[in-house]
Design a protein around this ligand. Sequence first.
Ligand code: COA
Ligand code: MG
Length: 321
Amino acid sequence: MVAVGGTPIRDTTMADADARFWSLRSFLFVPGGQSRMIEKARTLAADAIILDLEDAVAPDGKAAARALVARALEEGFPASPVVLVRVNGCASGLLEDDLAQVVRPRVDGICLPKCQDAQEVLLLDRLLADAERRTGKPAGALWLVPFIESPGAVLEAAQIAAGAPRVAALSFGAEDLAAAMGIARTREGDEVVYPRAHMALAAHAAGRAAIDGVFIDFRDADGLEQDIRRGRSLGYTGKQLIHPSQIEPTNRLFSPDPEVVARARRMVDTFDAAVAAGQGVVVVDGQMVDRPVAERARRMLAVAAAHAARAGHEPGPGGTA
Ligand code: COA
Ligand code: MG
């Protein structure tokens, strides 16, 4: 925390965000109405499962999907450390019933689709606080992940990200955004690069993780790899997935290379020793290391440590995954 003119300003860096959420790479959507896929998801090593009640469920299947998801949550997803549910959005008329049925002890957080503005975040913050009281979870334990998938939401993304402490990440929705703007999607995604970059920037400005949108052509492995790399280069920390085959490349490409982690360790150790000796800049492996370079290395070490800790499947914030 720093202070300017007596006013404390929150230092929105990774250090005070939740390192466990930042280290989640693969977020697999599982349609809430599909019992076979829900069963399959129990065996898959996605970092997070998103049980979907929204667009993967037809309008007349909503009630059945809710009931199926509620039952599935009682058994849990042993291979995935985090379980999220995507409820229907604020304008759907279904939101409160969704929350009443699916916020259960094993849920770590809620994805809010088509989030429009920070008012919706405030509403969800209140509804989730009620749900925490009802289910005996600690206050603030449930994560909220707003989806940014309309032109207005992209422009409001910074306010949405900072809208409540429980907002863990922003999640990009290129398909709905492109539909709203009447633009065609391409394999390279050049048509959404500006909003995609803007959302990642807004998430980072508030110290939140940034989850990239889906790559829908799930048989195109090369296309997926390129798409993951593009998202990573814009600051995305993880990605939404639609198919089991997308988990392995996503986990691999979002994991820092062991050599890079070892170099980061050397940078941080050398830099900290230099600072203690009154110096601000050092050279490590022929590269200049000053404060921002050392901070980037420190962030990578925190993510790598969280990956290692999660190999033993640490629970989510509610302690129940
Ligand atoms: N979660 C869990 N299991 C899944 C899965 C998912 N998202 N997608 C596929 N599977 C399972 C299939 O059930 C199948 O399992 P089985 O061998 O036990 O029958 C296996 O993985 C192979 O699936 P495959 O035949 O290659 O794909 P498919 O034709 O059955 O399904 C989709 C393709 C796109 C319809 C399916 O992947 C899907 O519904 N994805 C999620 C879509 C979604 O949630 N959209 C909303 C957010 S964008
Ligand atoms: Mg959508």
